[in-house]
Design a protein around this ligand. Structure first.
Ligand SMILES: Nc1ncnc2c1ncn2[C@@H]1O[C@H](COP(=O)(O)OP(=O)(O)OP(=O)(O)O)[C@@H](O)[C@H]1O
Ligand SMILES: Cc1ncc(C[n+]2csc(CCOP(=O)(O)O)c2C)c(N)n1
Ligand SMILES: [Mg+2]
Length: 344
């Protein structure tokens, strides 16, 4: 694609019109979307769930190896992931962007292609946002709105002693995808003749650049009649999220290293990077899987869903949060996940 349309040729309002003109709504609750001072949503007696996320160039993504379409998709996926983590269904998003004149209309179109693909995938309506210029770096702010039947939402605070600790999907891949892309970027910067070698690394790179939110798990809960006692999504890393969940619930936990779900490609990549796969699973972050607890009585209801793994159980607070290693030793779990401000 060689065409380049300057944003200035459309102006701010022309650009907004251009980016939003084909919106189709997926929800009856969307009464008014883009085009007025605010959106209007009718939730028909349901409760409303709200969450917002900021994504900053250089902190959350590097445009030298992140396709804009994937970035648009990821923006929506990570935001609706927080709504699913409440056991709720996302219905609308507000999306705000700040960008410099480095960006053309075509570049923004690519970003919005990803946004709209994710909106279709998760059944959410883009109902508004804000568009500004940014002196430095691409800035993205996304707010998701969701609905839940009265009092059916699940907090971080409901885990009880004896509950089973479960996680969806597998862990650690996105972090290794990041290590790989950062390494290839360094090599490329030293010698632009050398093309990135991503052969055989599709899985870990895909998990970083195009994560999915676990809509299917929330739908499974509804179908199986499971209401988790507590739940959180994994953005910063399993260890960090587990500590949030235990602190919020006033409980401890026993986590089994040998139960941690780790994809074969993740193990192979960890080996290549001289990293421990377990450490990547515990501290890597950006998995966007759901960490949740269920009552033991609900174990049978999990049936043979092979994308949910029981990784431990809840203990009382005095026992602390412990990792039972493959070697049979117990180690306290510490928050070594991603932390924007540098200390736990
Ligand atoms: N600047 C802020 N002002 C008010 N509330 C905030 C602010 N930053 C975070 N919060 C709130 O603090 C709580 C924890 O936020 P945090 O970002 O750690 O969780 P999260 O949204 O699950 O994480 P992630 O952004 O990785 O998905 C949330 O209720 C969030 O709305
Ligand atoms: C260029 C670049 N540098 C670092 C990372 C890793 N990273 C960024 S934010 C985050 C945790 C979730 O953030 P939040 O808590 O804000 O949702 C992680 C693991 C990346 N993906 N790209
Ligand atoms: Mg979260």
């Amino acid at each position: 694609m060689s065409e380049r349309t300057e944003v200035g040729s459309l102006g701010e309002f022309g650009l907004i019109e251009h980016l939003t003109k084909n919106i189709e709504f997926h929800n009856a609750s969307t009464l008014q979307g883009v085009g007025d001072d605010a959106a209007v949503i009718d939730h028909f007696g349901k409760q409303t769930v709200l969450s917002t996320d900021l994504l900053l160039e250089g902190v959350h993504f590097d445009l030298s190896y992140t396709p804009l379409q994937h970035l648009g998709y990821k923006t929506v996926a990570v935001n609706v992931s927080d709504i699913y983590a409440m056991n709720a269904t996302p219905t609308q998003i507000l999306l705000s962007i700040g960008f410099s004149n480095r960006f053309s209309v075509e570049a923004l179109d690519e970003f919005y292609e990803g946004v709209y693909a994710a909106c279709a995938r998760y059944g959410v309506d883009l109902v508004g946002g804000d568009t500004t210029s940014s002196q430095k770096g691409f800035v993205i702010s996304c707010t998701a709105i969701g609905e839940v039947a009265p009092d059916q939402y699940v907090k971080r605070t409901g885990a009880q002693k004896g509950d089973l600790l479960c996680v969806s999907g597998d862990l650690g891949a996105a972090y290794l995808g990041l290590l790989l892309l950062e390494r290839e970027k360094r090599i490329w910067m030293e010698n632009p003749q050398i093309q990135p070698d991503l052969e055989g690394e599709k899985y870990i790179v895909g998990r970083l650049l195009k994560p999915e939110a676990r809509k299917d798990i929330i739908e499974f809960f509804a179908g199986a009649g499971i209401r988790p006692t507590s739940m959180i999504d994994i953005s910063d890393g399993l260890s960090s999220e587990l500590l949030h969940l235990c602190k919020g619930s006033g409980v401890g936990a026993m986590l089994y290293e040998e139960k941690l779900p780790i994809h074969d490609d993740t193990r192979a990549a960890a080996f290549k990077f001289n990293s421990e796969a377990t450490a990547c699973a515990l501290s890597g972050g950006e998995d966007y899987e759901l960490l949740f607890t269920i009552r033991q009585d609900d174990f049978e209801k999990l049936g043979n869903v092979n994308d949910i793994t029981v990784i431990g159980y809840i203990t009382d607070a005095e026992a602390g949060v412990q990792l039972y290693s493959k070697g049979g030793n117990k180690y306290p779990v510490t928050a070594q996940g991603w932390n924007h401000m540098g200390n736990a």
